[in-house]
Design a protein around this ligand. Sequence first.
Ligand SMILES: [Zn+2]
Length: 75
Amino acid sequence: MSVAATTFFFVPLFFSLVALFACWLYYALRQRSPVGPRRSRIYRCAACGHVYADHRDRPLCRCAKCGAMNEALRR
Ligand SMILES: [Zn+2]
């Protein structure tokens, strides 16, 4: 019966390690592309110098700090 006891101990351990590895692999692959499928534009405020990003595809975006309208630097 020692084989069955060992199996009941190691099989859940094995599957939890597999699940942990799958989670690690999932987040490691996600972090490889930080921008992701949706593109965001980078803005720099001309009034206060605040740099921010907005994923909405607009040529002008309002600064979060001072409220001035700014043009996108790049896509
Ligand atoms: Zn600003």
